[in-house]
Design a protein around this ligand. Structure first.
Ligand code: RB5
Length: 160
């Protein structure tokens, strides 16, 4: 399973730690940046390449970190096909995948510590979506919302 990761300055150190942890565990992970610490970088810019890669199926799951985890989740959820959520405890790290097919876990680098981050990452990557009628019915309704209302704000992907 290919994973992706991204962080702004509020989660840069935590991204480096998670990258090491994932690589040490033998997992394939793409680092979408930031590639160096820049205290002026903006979370929509750093999460965008990861969110697009998830939407295109280039990576199956992603982890995004900013100071609170809120900014990256808000920004990433604007990309159709991304199901991002801010996660602070293990129950939601697995239930979010099992029930809601969460494909981007967002973390607050200024909020939670390294041991919890490691646990959340481990739980998230091990979890699988459970194909039950009620979960799929709800996800279909989420897709319908995206189709119906995404059009109001959806823009062409800007040229680089
Ligand atoms: C950056 O200072 C901070 O605002 C950002 O990382 C994030 O926490 C936003 O949600």
């Amino acid at each position: 399973m290919k994973l992706g990761i991204a962080a702004d300055h509020g989660g840069f150190d935590q991204k480096q730690q998670i990258l090491r942890f994932l690589k040490d565990s033998g997992l394939e992970v793409i680092d979408f940046g930031a590639h160096e610490f820049d205290e002026t970088d903006d979370y929509p810019d750093v999460v965008k390449p990861l969110a697009l890669a998830i939407a295109k199926g280039e990576v199956k799951k992603g982890i995004a970190i900013c100071g609170s985890g809120v900014g990256v989740s808000v920004a990433a959820n604007k990309v159709p096909g991304v199901r991002a959520a801010l996660i602070t405890e293990p129950y939601s790290a697995h239930q979010g995948v099992e029930h809601d097919n969460m494909n981007l876990m967002c973390l607050g680098g200024r909020v939670i510590g390294p041991a919890l981050i490691k646990e959340l990452v481990a739980v998230f990557i091990q979890s699988e979506y459970v194909e039950k009628e009620r979960f799929q019915r709800r996800l279909n309704k989420v897709d319908e919302l995206e189709k119906a209302f995404g059009q109001l704000t959806k823009k062409e992907e800007p040229k680089k």
